[in-house]
Design a binder for this molecule. Sequence first.
Ligand code: PMP
Length: 423
Amino acid sequence: MSAEIEQRLAELDAAGLRRRTRLVSGPQGARVVLDGKPVLLLCSNNYLGLADHPRVREAAADAAMRWGAGAGGSRLVSGTMTIHQRLEERLAAFKGSERALLFGSGYLANLGVIGSLGAAGTLVCSDELNHASIVDGCRLARGRTAVYAHNDVEHLRWLLEQAPEERAVVVTDSVFSMDGDVAPLEELSVLTRSHGGWLVVDEAHATGCFGPGGRGAIAEAGLDGEEHVVVVGTLGKALGAYGAFVAASAAVRELLVNTARPFIFSTAPPPPAVAGALAALELLEEQPARVGQLQAGARVLRDELAREGFDVAGSSTQIVPLVIGDAAQAMALCEAALERGVFAQAIRPPTVPQGTSRLRLAVMASHTKEELREAARTLGRAALQAGFRPGDGMPVAAAARGRDGATEGVRRATLVAAPLRVA
Ligand code: PMP
């Protein structure tokens, strides 16, 4: 290994930030064999348990036999396959948008949408806790980027007022991936529309999990079909496959086909993944009770964790963070829980802000309530073993508010003083 690589890895080790992948045998079910040990899986985004559903597996297998394993190229080069078109039509109907466009992944969809809409002359305003793929989309955009304080509509208003000439693109997660809270979409929509801008909403963790029939937080807010709203959704989470889509007006879709680099320069999603997602979507539409089951499970987990003394008040969804603060302590808790048969991955910077390392728990509809109750008790005991009293954790809302325990006033002053830092 070169000396430079060794040094960089040693630095990560020293900071408690070295990562490694673990080996899972079998599908992403409620229980898995992890590095040879049976555990409860409490950190998968297979929220509705559809990744391993027989109908989804069968659809993917049939598609492989019918259309092959790969799409062969970008759709602009080797063509749209019938299965792509079919899923786009179903997704547009599900999301209540004029049209939909598939992307290879959610990461690519965010790069594509923000890169395209955030052309030179625009001001892209991004929530400070947005997903890394949105941050990277901002980096790709030719327009300027400004970061607003988490869910802070007044801060966003102030930023927009500083740049009245620039076309605005406001971008936010709807259900925040690491905090499980929900963006104030109605207010964001009114503000963005009054400035003549676009509101881009990443529904990766809301599609299939939130809102009427799992149609997302945009549908819950009654904003589906609004012309200034552009929705990103993924196929790799509740829809159990891989890939992503944008649901938007026909005009936005046409712009993306012509300018979104990840659409133009990357191979189209493979038929088995597309067919798997289509089967999952059909299942969701036939059995919307799955969404209620997921939400009921999430309530059970949050209630039981609160009983154990954890502060989970900031989450209202299936994503429940246990914010520990220190990276090494979060890892210690993760290992202690694993020893006791519960797998909940520790999440550390740069995925979350410095000083807010956490276990990110994710409920699946396939977890039983008893499994979730038992997991909460296990996590309580594991915390004590790791030298940490559950009640000592940083409240979720504080973690969502900012870094290093900065108070609201200090944080605001910082952002106002340097409002146009690049994400
Ligand atoms: N957006 C959000 C909010 C996410 O959490 C993720 C992935 N975890 C993505 C986008 C990227 O989606 P994909 O995994 O399909 O690339």
